[in-house]
Design a protein around this ligand. Structure first.
Ligand code: TRP
Ligand code: ZN
Length: 868
């Protein structure tokens, strides 16, 4: 009864949104019995199903060894069903069926980290989006919701046996084995099922919801890591309170468990009541973890918790609707993080991510709408577009509605759809009904690919004291989307008096037609204008404040106006944006650097003491990768590198003693708030790199001393980076010391790999040394990413020896872990922008890869990449 066909040959069929059909059968309940053994696992499932529509009874299953199947108590013989590599089809099923299957699976050999798999000494599941079908035969689609009862049985050397919901029973099986039975009272789709089997320690706490529910909270990790779980625990309690206060949503079960796993394809997973986390997104401790990673832990904890309402209680009808849960949940976690640290800096960091990953994705061969209309492999659509652009769409609606009306809209969404699997249309309709504001035009954002270009022109009429803004929007033509429409763009704006630095109040005669409310103008035509009266002198306009829409703004600011905004804009985000625009002009359009340098000199000394975190961001010189993504043809990474270094050298030189004084006179330990201390550490790390650029002979002594004396990972790594990247005499001692200190701390050791791989002077030899190191491990995605991500910090390296590295890696992972292989290959997706002969070289390397890969994941990505 084994699956006969060769499982290596995958059927690369395209799935279309327009073909959606309701499930023919629903599942009332499922009883799962998972018996783990060292060389195999038995899974018995009992499904109580009811017919909904005419149509076949289809159970999906992949890589399952079917041992037995019964229908309403009667064993089926193999003429009564059809089995292939993807599904089990039961012929002529009656309307009420109870199906029992017995299958054998092999978590001990599962390298794809999908379904049930072994990670070190631990067994865990990852079922989103389609992993459950690798555990048992099931209608594994998100619109089939059921009550899960799970029995987990294993050897007693694994004391921890977890599944979703409430623990009903535990017991022994003979002398060596034991079991636990769990039941999840909430109906859920199979992608939210989880179980965990292993030997872990646990950190416990409690939380009482506003409904008075006493929730037990548990974080499971290795004993040695337990001390690194308290930041996550605090963030979890904080998230629970935040969702109650901001969305009126309490937690709904009596327990909430988080399990930390070192081998995980992504960040974390929101399984109902039993989140599974990449260790990198839960373990946090200043001694082992950088400030940026600590912030990320808090935001991922919040993200997964917020999914409980946006994702779990209300889920997606089908996987095309992925951005329904991800876009909304990212928007919610970003808002949460804005309350944790400076809101402006959080927005800066989120927009920087959007521009560095989503904008390039949306302008290249992998471009797709936030809600795609077709896919081959859904795992390829966990993208920056679905997550980050999805979040931006929700933010735009929030900006337009304001806090109160947005809340009325979300209340309506929860009221209407709790317990359902819904679509993006349902979400927008509920927001519209609840707020009383028609938002249906925002659906266009979900259905079109590409970053709109927003052109604005300002004209001042001194005689009439009016200022007019003319807007025009356009989208790059796309072969598969011929009817691109104008999208609604909320433009948050301010007009500044150039002499006083004060803001003009916004008075417009056209308020009924073109409304500006709270400084937000909704531009939803191809072309429109708005005129402001009572403007007594030529103003400096600041557009898209707080990045109110995910568009490319073209506005003919003079460099002086940008320098003005850098100094006088009160919106911290637009202050940063002004600096970025200036720097981009210097780097890509050969503008002189003077205006930027002068504004920085005027602004920074004060800002450094008042808001060190924001100050640190004003020194952000756009990365080589981001700058490269702004170039659409004849891209030469070496030229970008050279120009960027020249600007950094200039900044180092022109600010002279400022850097040394900043380094010597600032102390993170005198700051009361974590975010301020983080700002001081960021500034001091920048100062160290600038001192090195100045050729300051004391730099390496400062860095080595800091390296040895600090107990803070941001400082230690900042110092180590300066030593290694500048090939300082102390570099090899410091590297050896770091290795000795942290060789048993996987996440810190990742940083050791990362620092060496991201050295601008790294060569193919460096990468070979790292990937043949005894601690390198191709079965741990975090370790792979520490080298691949490090290498890719320098596009000059990516586009030389990186080409072979990334294609080889994709080839290897195609078979072992295609989800990760496909994502890593995407690093090369902008190959077509390179200058010749490199462009052709990469193209040939990609074409040569094509016949060597089999997985749906890597094949689809490769085909798309080459289809430009
Ligand atoms: N739903 C998860 C999140 O955004 C994403 C996720 C976690 C995932 N692990 C995955 C997606 C594995 C695909 C494959 O929180
Ligand atoms: Zn998510």
């Amino acid at each position: 009864m084994n699956i006969a066909a060769n499982p290596m040959v995958e059927t690369n069929q395209t799935v279309y949104l327009k073909d959606y059909q309701k499930p023919s059968f629903l599942v009332d309940s499922i009883h799962l019995d998972i018996q783990l053994h060292h060389d195999h696992t038995n899974v018995n499932a009992t499904l109580v199903m009811k017919r909904q529509t005419a149509g076949e009874l289809v159970l999906l299953g992949r890589d399952l060894e079917l041992k037995s199947i019964t229908l309403n108590g009667r064993q089926l013989n193999d003429t009564e069903y059809t089995l292939d590599t993807e599904q089990l089809l039961i012929n002529n099923a009656p309307d009420d069926v109870i199906i029992e299957t017995q299958v054998v699976i092999h978590p001990e050999n599962n390298t794809m980290l999908e379904g049930l798999y072994q990670a070190g000494d631990l067994f865990v599941t990852q079922n989103e989006p389609e992993g459950f079908r690798k555990i048992t035969f099931y209608p594994d689609r998100p619109d089939v919701l059921s009550v899960f009862t799970t029995r987990v049985e294993a050897d007693k050397k694994y004391p921890v046996l977890l599944a979703n919901g409430n623990l009903l029973e535990t017991g022994e099986v003979g002398n060596d084995r034991h079991y636990a039975i769990w039941q999840d009272p909430t109906k859920k789709p199979s992608y939210l099922f989880a179980c965990v089997i292993g030997d872990l320690a646990v950190l416990k706490d409690r939380y009482t919801t506003f409904e008075g529910r006493d929730v037990s909270m548990e974080i499971y990790a290795l004993e040695k890591d337990l001390s690194k779980c308290s930041i996550a625990m605090e963030a979890l309690k904080h998230s629970m309170r935040w969702d109650e206060e901001h969305y009126g949503r309490p937690y709904d079960l009596d327990n909430y468990m988080i399990v930390a796993v070192s081998q995980f394809n992504m960040g974390a997973m929101e399984n109902k009541g039993l989140n599974i986390f990449n260790t990198s997104c839960v373990l946090a401790d200043e001694e082992y973890t950088t400030d940026a990673a600590i912030m990320r832990v808090q935001s991922v904890i919040a993200h997964e918790y917020f999914h409980n309402w946006t994702g779990n209680r209300i889920t997606c009808r089908d996987w095309f609707q992925l951005c329904l849960k991800e876009g909304l949940t990212v928007f919610r976690d970003q808002s949460f993080s804005e309350d944790l640290q400076s809101a402006a800096v959080q927005r800066i960091d989120d927009v920087a991510t959007l521009k560095a990953y989503q904008f390039p994705e949306d302008s290249g061969p992998l471009s797709h709408p936030p809600r795609p209309d077709h896919f081959v492999e859904i795992n390829n659509f966990y993208t920056a577009t679905v997550y980050e652009k999805g979040a931006e769409i929700n933010r735009m609606m929030f900006t337009l509605l304001g806090r109160e009306k947005f809340r009325q809209g979300t209340d309506e969404y929860f009221r209407r759809h709790d317990g359902q699997a819904v679509t993006v249309e349902d979400w927008v309709a509920a927001l519209t009904a609840g707020s009383g504001v028609d938002l249906s035009s925002f659906l266009t954002w979900y259905n079109q690919p590409g970053t709109p270009q927003l052109e604005a022109q300002g004209s001042y009429d001194a005689a009439n004291q009016t200022y007019r803004l003319d807007f025009r929007q356009s989208l790059k033509a796309h072969p598969r989307y011929p009817d691109l429409k104008a999208v609604p763009i909320p433009v948050a704006l301010a007009l500044f008096n150039a002499e006083t630095g004060e803001q003009f109040s916004l008075v417009s005669d056209a308020l009924t037609e073109n409304q500006v409310r709270d400084g937000v103008y909704l531009f939803d035509q191809n072309q429109a204008n708005i005129e402001f009266s009572g403007i007594s002198s030529k103003p400096v306009a600041s557009l898209l404040r707080n990045f109110s829409a995910p568009v490319n703004l073209i506005f003919n600011y003079s460099d002086e106006e940008l320098a003005f905004l850098l100094q006088y804009e009160t919106n911290g985000f637009n202050q940063w944006q002004a600096a970025q625009t200036l720097l981009e002009r210097i780097l890509l359009q050969d503008h002189p650097a003077e205006a930027y340098i002068q504004a920085i000199k005027n602004t920074l000394p004060e800002l450094v003491s008042q808001d060190p975190l924001l100050a640190s961001r004003l020194f952000d010189v756009p990365s080589e990768g981001y700058l490269g993504s702004r170039i659409d043809s004849n891209y030469e990474p070496e030229i970008i590198q050279e120009k960027r270094n020249a600007v950094l050298d200039k900044l180092a030189r022109e600010l002279g003693d400022f850097w040394q004084e900043l380094y010597l006179n600032s102390d993170p330990d005198t700051q009361h708030e974590f975010s301020q201390a983080m700002g001081v550490r960021a500034l001091r790390n920048i100062a160290l790199t600038m001192l090195a650029r100045q050729g300051n002979t004391q730099t390496f002594d400062y860095a080595y001393t800091l390296y040895q004396q600090t107990a803070n990972m941001s400082e230690r790594l900042g110092a180590l980076r300066v030593l290694v990247w500048n090939d300082a005499p102390q570099a090899s001692d410091a590297l050896a010391d770091f290795y000795q200190r942290f060789k048993h701390e996987a996440l810190a050791l990742d940083q050791w790999f990362m620092i060496q791989a991201s050295n601008p002077a790294a060569t193919a030899e460096t990468i070979r040394y790292l990937t043949s190191h005894a601690d390198y491990d191709l079965s741990t995605p975090n370790r792979i990413r520490s080298v691949s991500g490090g290498l890719n910090v320098n596009p000059v390296n990516t586009w030389s020896f990186g080409i072979e590295y990334f294609t080889e890696l994709a080839k290897y992972l195609d078979d072992k872990n295609p989800i990760v292989g496909s994502r890593l290959l995407q690093v090369l997706s902008r190959w077509y922008t390179l200058s010749e002969p490199r462009r052709t070289e990469v193209k040939q390397a990609l074409e040569a890869l094509k016949p060597q890969v089999k997985s749906r994941n890597v094949s689809e990505t490769l085909n798309s990449m080459l289809s430009i």
